[in-house]
Design a protein around this ligand. Sequence first.
Ligand code: FBP
Length: 323
Amino acid sequence: MKRLNTQLQEDGCPLELILLIRTLLAACKEISFRVSQGALAGVLGSTLSDNVQGERQKKLDVISNQILKDILSESGYVKAISSEEEDHVIGCNPDGKYLISFDPLDGSSNTDINSLIGTIFSVMHAPQWMEPDDPSAFLQPGTQQVAAGYVLYGPSTMLAMTTGRGTHLYTLDKTHGGFLLTRNNVQVPKETQEFAINTSNQRHWEPCMQEYVADLLAGDQGPRGKNYNMRWVAAMVGDIHRVLCRGGIFAYPWDNREPNKPGKLRLMYEANPMAFLMEQAGGGASTGRGRILEVMPTDIHQRVPVLLGSADEVEACVSYYKD
Ligand code: FBP
């Protein structure tokens, strides 16, 4: 099987970006090990502190964040880091060529139930004019990403990765510690009969979203004329992996629980990297009112509504927003 390095070279990836990606994955391999230790290493459960999102931090959130910060900041390739678990950007090497945003452990509510969790990352060029700790350098649209992906900590540890030359899936071979290519140039089926959304929020959605989901649930007796099945892993990394593997639509729309927030999920280290992966796999990625990758960021922790998946189904959902 082809190694990650070979695929990245074939995709024309610059050497320094390959070295950065390998550094990032060294951190993820350590996280994979720590996660697999679970209660044996006392890493389950919550800390007593909340992050900038106002969420109670899990021990593994803090551990994963520290591992990534330490390894990336010492690498020399990174000018600055932005993390879900850090209030502000962290300046690293002033001569570093790249900016990296990450969600160190997505799906925090799954850590203590041995369910799917993962690390999500997004890489952009670092403007040479910026000071390392200047957050405004991160405020580039998702179209400016040069690499993005996630590492899924599940029965096997898997990597989904794009550098703009298709989306590829890799599996960690724990015998020698390398990621091997297990699915090249993923193509998400255009159509689907599977959706993922937290339906317990239904009463809080906009009427257009309520109507869209009601039509899915109406099945072959309804306007969509086919039966849909539902899945919800409660970890974006797990739901998106399923969609990349077999199609589907994943949605986390705006809801009026916190009306001033555009959505729950974060643009820079959740929506943008997943949108890049999805579009590179022939899928769709929308806020309902526009392409996610064209959203102009105003804050490193800003939130957006998210519709991701099979292109025809995302388009069908977006059509409800237009009515
Ligand atoms: P974090 O765990 O990184 O905060 O991510 C948010 C998240 O867990 C997503 O992974 C997931 O899709 C969503 O929230 C689940 O939300 P809910 O709790 O409403 O089901």
